[in-house]
Design a protein. Structure first.
Length: 134
């Protein structure tokens, strides 16, 4: 019975890999809003889900050096200064919506605690592939 979800996940990964390889694919920033003056920027290597996306060819932006193992806490202007074309914003209840981002940056919801199931990941990868497509 597990073959169908595994096939679905493999197909979603293949589609995401194809879309991410396009020269026009935007740079992606993952973040969690903490109010109008503060934002937590994800360190891609610290999140297994984001590291997997990078392995599929998604160009993830790293917030750079500073304190914090999983997140770099900063302000919205700093997030905008990374020039993301696509923002994965934390959709969990405690996170605030994005405040200040570059004009034209697209938004896609992201749950850093996505249930580890093939179906949940396949759904997220399909949503992300659609957001990355021109």
């Amino acid at each position: 019975m597990r073959a169908a979800p595994d096939r679905e996940l493999a197909a979603a990964e293949a589609e995401l890999r194809r879309v991410a390889a396009a020269p026009s694919a935007p740079a992606v920033l993952a973040l969690s809003g903490a109010g109008p003056e503060q934002v937590h920027l994800a360190r891609p290597a610290a999140w297994p889900q984001l590291a997997h996306l990078a392995g599929l060819g998604v160009r993830l932006l790293d917030p750079g050096p500073g304190p914090g193992a999983n997140w770099l806490t900063g302000d919205w202007a700093g997030a905008a200064g990374l020039h993301p074309g696509l923002v994965l914003f934390d959709e969990r209840e405690h996170a605030t919506p994005p405040y200040e981002l570059p004009s034209g940056a697209r938004l896609t919801p992201w749950n850093p605690e996505t249930p580890p199931s093939p179906a949940a990941y396949a759904h997220f990868f399909r949503v992300l592939a659609e957001a990355l497509a021109p």
